[in-house]
Design a protein around this ligand. Structure first.
Ligand code: PEP
Length: 253
């Protein structure tokens, strides 16, 4: 079953300086003025750590929520040069946090580290966007389901509140490549992920499951019919107000 909310989450990665807020300002003006945009849709932008506080302040009464892209695996404060804890992101206004992006997994994030990041973030009342995804080799070897199940089971636990967790299914081969999965494959994968989640959390309904990887204003129309998908994690196209607005408009038009 699909969830009621459709998420559009923008991952800015290493992009943005203070004046880039104009991008969000335009997105905000669009969603405030567009009659078709309603409570069913939720926009989250995750700028780099340096911009969370000013952006979160600016948008505190608006329809855009701000999130962080990652955090250190230990919480609170510590002698860890350059590290930012989930508590610190929450204290400056983050409401969401991306954990387990393939960029960070490839730079050394282990399942144990991810589990601790998820747990700390939930304890700090952040909603967690937990990323999973297979690489090209896994896909060709028909190992996708096995890989995804492991990535989920090694990190998520029954004790976590499933409503505070959003899964972003991001096949690594589709991130930034312009390639997207076949609709039928994506539907089957989304249904599979939801089944795994229902089993872990022992609930009748599942956490929201988003798709991420090369989503843009043109291909978004192909995802419309896949109602099981509860939204999108958007990288490249979220750095331009026009591209991001096109995605939203073309999704519900
Ligand atoms: C991402 O990196 O999370 C992502 C989805 O990127 P893109 O949309 O650019 O493929």
């Amino acid at each position: 079953m699909a969830n009621n909310i459709k998420y559009f989450i923008g991952n800015w990665k290493m992009f943005g300086i203070p004046k880039s807020i104009s991008i969000l300002d335009k997105i905000n003006k669009f969603v405030k003025s567009d009659k078709k945009f309603n409570k069913k849709y939720k926009i989250v932008i995750t700028p780099p750590y340096t911009l969370i506080q000013s952006y979160a302040k600016f948008f505190s009464n608006n329809k855009i929520s701000i999130g962080a892209q990652n955090c250190y695996h230990k919480d609170n404060f510590g002698a860890n040069t350059g590290a930012i804890s989930s508590l610190m992101t929450k204290s400056v206004g983050a409401q969401y946090i991306i954990i387990g992006h393939s960029d960070n997994r490839s730079e050394g994030d282990t399942d144990a580290m991810l589990k601790s990041k998820v747990e700390n973030s939930l304890n700090n009342k952040l909603k967690v966007v937990f990323c999973i995804g297979e690489n090209k080799e896994h896909k060709l070897g028909k190992k996708t389901f096995e890989v995804l199940e492991k990535q989920i089971k090694n990190v998520l636990e029954e004790k976590f509140n499933f409503k505070d967790i959003i899964i972003a299914y991001e096949p690594i081969w589709s991130i930034g490549t312009g390639q997207i999965p076949e609709a039928d494959d994506l539907l089957k994968t989304t249904i599979f992920i939801k089944k795994v989640l229902r089993n872990i959390f022992k609930k009748k309904s599942s956490s929201a499951v988003l798709y991420g990887g090369s989503v843009d204003g043109k291909n978004i129309s192909q995802f419309k019919k896949l109602n099981e998908i509860d939204g999108f994690l958007i990288g490249g196209a979220s750095k331009s107000d026009k591209n991001f607005i096109d995605i939203i408009k073309n999704y519900y038009k």
